[in-house]
Design a protein. Structure first.
Length: 162
């Protein structure tokens, strides 16, 4: 048996984490993904907006979980999946997490395979503003999230004093 010694050049490919929210597939640039984890216990934070799920203790580090479904114009959807998974991100020294329904895969996408957002998805400016485009993943369409734009969104910042 002969092993292939061909090494594929992935330097021009975009690494993506493929996640599931509300039975839809989304891709997030792996540059902002620090890790994936299971959520064991979420501690609610009093007097916070509904897009803040609460805090988790991840190996001694307190991380706030946020809900990005509202920014993507999605309803909070209860799945039968009880995995309680989170994607932990790091953007400009800010560490946080988003609760996800599924973590499917890590893929490398050719930027030339990114298509514009179809009219069926392009129904609201809010939804469209946070998407970079779409691509195919295992015969399903994934929407590519502009995660940097979501995290820097002012509506996610809580500046209230109790």
């Amino acid at each position: 048996m002969r092993l292939s010694t061909h090494i594929q050049d992935v330097s021009n490919l975009m690494p993506l984490a493929v996640i599931g929210l509300n039975k839809e597939y989304f891709g997030i640039d792996l540059k902002v993904v620090r890790e994936f984890t299971y959520i064991h216990k979420v501690t609610p934070i009093p007097c916070t907006p509904e897009h803040i799920f609460g805090n988790i203790n991840l190996r001694g580090e307190i991380i706030t979980l946020v809900n990005i479904r509202g920014l993507l114009n999605m309803q909070i959807y209860q799945t039968k999946n009880n995995k309680n998974q989170a994607l932990i991100f790091e953007v400009d020294d800010f560490v946080g997490g988003i609760r996800v329904d599924e973590i499917f895969d890590v893929i490398y996408l050719n930027p030339l395979d990114i298509k514009s957002i179809p009219a069926t998805i392009n129904h609201t400016q809010t939804h469209n503003e946070y998407l970079l485009g779409t691509a195919m993943y295992r015969e399903k369409m994934i929407s590519l999230i502009n995660f940097q734009k979501i995290i820097t969104q002012k509506s996610l910042v809580v500046e209230q004093e109790v």
